[in-house]
Design a protein around this ligand. Structure first.
Ligand SMILES: Cc1cc2nc3c(=O)[nH]c(=O)nc-3n(C[C@H](O)[C@H](O)[C@H](O)COP(=O)(O)O)c2cc1C
Length: 350
């Protein structure tokens, strides 16, 4: 299904209100493929978004779910005080810092009942029994991986495709088990390297993700053997995305670098470097989703105030090249650029 669209361009799921039904429908309407992001949503809200996509388009679409980690009552130590001071600064109270499973099982039941055509999972390997149930309901199942070891685990769970996330990627790293001894949560493979080593490890179709902002990048991952290219940051600035104005302004000025941090959520993620990341990142424990809940009021208050210094400004390494366009136009431009890039590459042999 996903690999038989007229365009190989996939708009990545982007949780936190960015992947709107309008974005998903616009990408699907242009021949690409769009994902709703179920992360952080209650199941009623997700059901509403699924309904809305179906009102807007008859094209297939996907839903992305966060696989929960093991229940843990972690001591967040000094980090609570750090965030409490930030909360005071922004005139709010810090969040509770609790563990939860993001209502995973309820959302699995919902996508099964709704017969969502494609279901992708990140942050862990789904149980084989869950994959079996999703597939029995007609869904194509995708798991995001960052290393050959994760790819083997996902293949053993019998998923249909893998989304291979390179280190360039914006937003959370998809690592299954966050290795607290590593700043990035695990070994960092760039996208081309990841596609190479993972294609050597498993025999599954691969989608490439991480740092893809132009059609030439789409051509590069297809040349490397991927069946499609998944772009997050590129669609973050599209007209239909629910991106906060302060983040759009940061993308337009493009003065910041990116880094991987646990500062905002307790799980490694790539975003624009700002004050909160610089001051707290080195002290942040590997505690997802506890830190996500703890920092949420601070991030919300900063966003409402239009202050980029305490927002999580997720962005891939190539964000400065992202062009604000209506999403359908972006899909068409990427398609044309990709074909031109492939022609230009081929011409080097003539
Ligand atoms: C703002 C933002 C939110 C994201 N949210 C999700 C998500 O909810 N689920 C998911 O699987 N990936 C998420 N990602 C990661 C993307 O799926 C993808 O791996 C990444 O965007 C690729 O790198 P790029 O941003 O350089 O294109 C997010 C990325 C960004 C930038």
């Amino acid at each position: 299904m996903i690999e038989r669209r007229t365009s190989p361009v996939i708009a990545a799921p982007m949780a936190g209100g960015i992947s709107t039904p309008e974005l998903v429908a616009a990408v699907g309407g242009a021949g690409g493929f769009g994902f709703l992001a179920a992360g952080y949503l209650a199941e009623e809200a997700l059901a509403g978004q699924i309904r809305r996509v179906r009102e807007l388009t008859g094209e297939p679409f996907g839903v992305n779910l966060f696989v929960p980690g093991p229940r843990a009552d972690l001591d967040l130590g000094d980090y609570r005080e750090r965030v409490a001071a930030e909360a005071e600064r922004y005139g709010v109270r810090a969040g509770s810092g609790h563990w939860d499973d993001d209502l995973y099982q309820a959302k699995v039941e919902l996508v099964i009942a709704e017969r969502v055509p494609v279901v992708s999972l990140t942050f862990g390997c789904p149980e084989k029994s869950t994959v079996d149930r999703l597939r029995a309901a007609g869904a194509q199942v995708i798991c995001t991986v960052t290393t050959p070891a994760e790819a083997r685990r996902a293949a053993a769970a019998r998923v249909d495709l893998l989304c291979v996330q390179g280190a360039e990627a914006g937003g959370h790293r998809a690592v299954f088990d966050d290795d607290a001894d590593s700043a990035a949560g695990g070994e960092l493979f760039g996208l081309l390297g990841a596609l190479r080593v993972i294609s050597g490890a498993v025999d599954l179709p691969l989608i490439g993700a991480g740092g893809i902002v132009s059609g030439a990048d789409v051509a590069a991952v297809l040349s490397a053997g991927a069946v499609a290219a998944q772009l997050g940051t590129a669609f973050l600035v599209s007209d239909e995305a629910g991106t906060a104005p302060a983040q759009r302004a940061e993308f337009a000025s493009a003065t910041r670098g990116t880094a991987i941090t646990r500062a905002f959520s307790g799980r490694p993620a790539r975003g624009l470097v700002n004050r909160f990341m610089a001051e707290h990142g080195p002290h942040a424990p590997a505690a997802y989703p506890q830190l996500h809940h703890l920092t949420k009021p601070v991030r919300g208050a900063a966003s409402s105030a239009g202050d980029p210094e305490a927002m999580s400004l997720w962005a891939g390494q190539t964000y400065a090249q992202a062009t604000p366009l209506p999403a359908a136009e972006l899909v068409r431009a990427l398609d044309e650029q990709a074909k031109n890039a492939l022609d230009a590459a081929r011409a080097r042999w003539s």
